[in-house]
Design a protein around this ligand. Sequence first.
Ligand code: CA
Length: 249
Amino acid sequence: MAITPEQDAVCRYLRRHDLMSFAPTAALIDMDGTLYDSMPGHADAWYRLMTEEGVECEHDEFFLYEGRTGRDTIRILFRRAFGREATDEECEALYHRKTQYFSEMPPVKPMPGADSMVGEFMRRGIATVLVTGSGQRSLIDRLERDYPGAFPPAMQITSRDVEHGKPHPEPYLRAMERAGACPESSIAVDNAPMGVISGAASGAFTIGVTTGPIPEKELMDAGADIVYPSMPVLAERLPLLLDTFGMSI
Ligand code: CA
């Protein structure tokens, strides 16, 4: 019988980490582009801010910085445009303006399928933790309404909780601490290359999901254990993936 992509992914993960089995106790979940369809709005806000600042940039390049903290994105663009480091004061003021521009845009919708994914983790007693490089209160404050009970404040890692943002593994490692989980019992879910690199480097089983212009291959190349082409497909296949962990393969 042909093996499923899920069996293949789990086998490769177990072999690479030298494990006999994997029983997930925590799901560490990215916010922008994963729980919310917010990336186009973020790209618009960044593009408006940076062109106002005289930084030459492309609208779609902001999808590539997705997952990084705002501070890191500002630093990268300042180095390229002006050949110098942005000061802490500049980073703070610019990020503040960027969050304002974002919050002036039409309300962002939850990503279709994300509620089923979160619900499936919760039904199985797998702790859910938010892992975002964002400090955008307008979205973080909506989590309880859109995903009731899933991400209480103690189960949120935002830009304020880490020294190093994605692609560094620190955000996902901190999320494991919050859930009392270890890498060998954690699943990371992220839609961007920087986030997938971070999740894979933390040692978690890393699910990549494409929800924007970034192709599936880029998430595989970033180290995802498995990649789904959309959040509804991820939600549909998740029970099978979680069942696969429970089988001896
Ligand atoms: Ca993201």
